[in-house]
Design a protein around this ligand. Structure first.
Ligand code: NAP
Length: 287
C-alpha cells in the first residue's frame, strides 16, 4: 500500500476519496493541493487531508500516488506543473468524467504517456461541489471505471484498483473510447438536457408562475442542473464528438414526437412512452 497519496483538487470527489481512504487506513498520509488556501485549510480542519500545498509540484513531491481531481479542462496545466516531480515509480491517476481528453492532455503535458498513468472515473457524485460536500461513503457500492492503456503497468492498475476497492467501490475496466461513448449517453447528455430545459423555462416571461407550480417531476428531471457549470462546460467540450452524435439522435427522436403530437398520432406517443417505461423499470429493478 502507498505511504503518501497526493490529491490535486480537494473538492467533492477528491475530498470524498481522501475521506474514504483515511477511513480504510489505506495510506500513511494524504497531502492536498488546490488554488484556494481557505478551502485547503478547511479540508485539513475537517480531517480530510493531513497537509497541503498551493503549489501542486510541492504537494506531489515524494508521493507514491498522485490523484488528479480537478475539472477535466485543467488537466493539462496541472500535469505540466507536476512533470518535474513525477518519478518513474509515481503512480498518476485521475477521476475525470471524460477519458480521451484527459489521456490526450496528459500526453501533451508530459510529451509521453507514462506506464504508471492509470486513467479512472468514479460513477458517483452529487450536484454539490467543494470539500464541505464530500463524504467518505460516496463510493460505497458504486462503480469506478478504470481505462488503462495498452502499455499501462498492470501493477499500477492493481494499486489504483485496490484503493478504490478500499473506498468501497466496485472496479470495472474498459477502453477509453467505450467509456466516453457510454458516459455521453448516461451522464453527459442528461446533464446538457437538464441545463437546457431549466434555462429555457427560466427565460420565459411567466417564469415565476412556472417555477411556483413545479412539482416532483420537475425536481427529479432537473436536479442535475444544479451541478457546477464550469465542470460541465469542460465535460461537454471534452467529449464533444460522442455528445454531438447522441444529441443528433435525440433531436431526431424529439422531432418525431413533435410531429406525432402535431398530427394527433397518439399511437406513436403510447408506443414510445411504453417502451421507455419498460426500459426504465427494468433498469431501476436491476439496481
Ligand atoms: P469540485 O468539488 O469543484 O472540486 C474540484 C477541486 O479542484 C476544487 O477543490 C478546486 O479547488 C480544485 N481545482 C480546480 N482547478 C484547479 C487547478 N487548476 N489546480 C488545482 N486545483 C484545482 O469538483 P468535483 O465534483 O470534485 O469534480 C472533480 C473532478 O471529478 C472533475 O474532473 C469531474 O469531471 C470529476 N467527477 C465529478 C463527479 C461529480 O458528480 N461531481 C463525478 C465523477 C467524476 P480550488 O478552486 O481551490 O483550486
Amino acid at each position: 500500500m502507498p505511504g503518501r497519496i497526493c490529491i490535486i483538487g480537494v473538492g467533492l470527489i477528491g475530498g470524498s476519496f481522501a475521506r474514504a481512504l483515511k477511513a480504510a487506513n489505506a495510506c500513511r498520509e494524504i497531502v492536498g493541493a488546490g488554488r484556494n488556501e481557505a478551502q485547503l485549510v478547511r479540508a485539513q480542519e475537517l480531517g480530510v487531508i493531513d497537509a497541503y500545498a498551493l503549489d501542486v509540484a510541492e504537494a506531489a513531491r515524494g508521493a507514491d500516488v498522485v490523484v488528479l481531481a480537478v475539472p477535466v479542462g485543467s488537466t493539462e496545466g496541472v500535469v505540466r506543473q507536476l512533470a518535474p516531480v513525477l518519478g518513474p515509480n509515481t503512480i498518476l491517476t485521475d477521476v475525470g468524467s471524460t477519458k480521451a481528453s484527459v489521456v490526450a492532455a496528459v500526453e501533451r503535458a508530459l510529451g509521453t504517456l507514462p506506464p504508471r498513468f492509470v486513467p479512472g472515473h468514479p460513477i458517483a457524485g452529487t450536484e454539490k461541489s467543494g470539500v464541505e460536500a464530500s463524504f467518505a461513503e460516496l463510493f460505497q457500492q458504486r462503480r469506478v471505471i478504470l481505462t488503462p492503456l495498452s502499455h499501462t503497468d498492470p501493477e499500477a492498475t492493481a494499486t489504483v484498483r485496490r484503493l478504490w476497492e478500499l473506498a468501497g467501490a466496485e472496479v470495472v475496466e474498459m477502453d477509453v473510447q467505450h467509456h466516453d461513448e457510454v458516459l455521453a449517453a448516461t451522464s453527459h447528455l442528461p446533464h446538457l438536457l437538464a441545463f437546457a430545459l431549466v434555462d429555457t423555462l427560466a427565460r420565459m416571461e411567466e417564469r415565476r408562475e412556472i417555477f411556483r407550480f413545479a412539482a416532483g417531476g420537475f425536481r427529479d428531471f432537473t436536479r442535475v442542473a444544479s451541478s457546477d457549470p464550469q465542470m460541465w462546460h469542460d465535460i461537454c467540450l471534452a467529449n464533444r464528438d460522442a455528445l454531438l452524435d447522441l444529441l443528433a439522435t435525440y433531436q431526431a427522436d424529439l422531432d418525431r414526437l413533435a410531429a406525432a403530437v402535431r398530427e394527433g398520432r397518439g399511437e406513436v406517443l403510447l408506443e414510445t412512452f411504453r417502451r421507455a417505461k419498460a426500459a426504465r423499470d427494468r433498469f431501476t429493478e436491476s439496481g
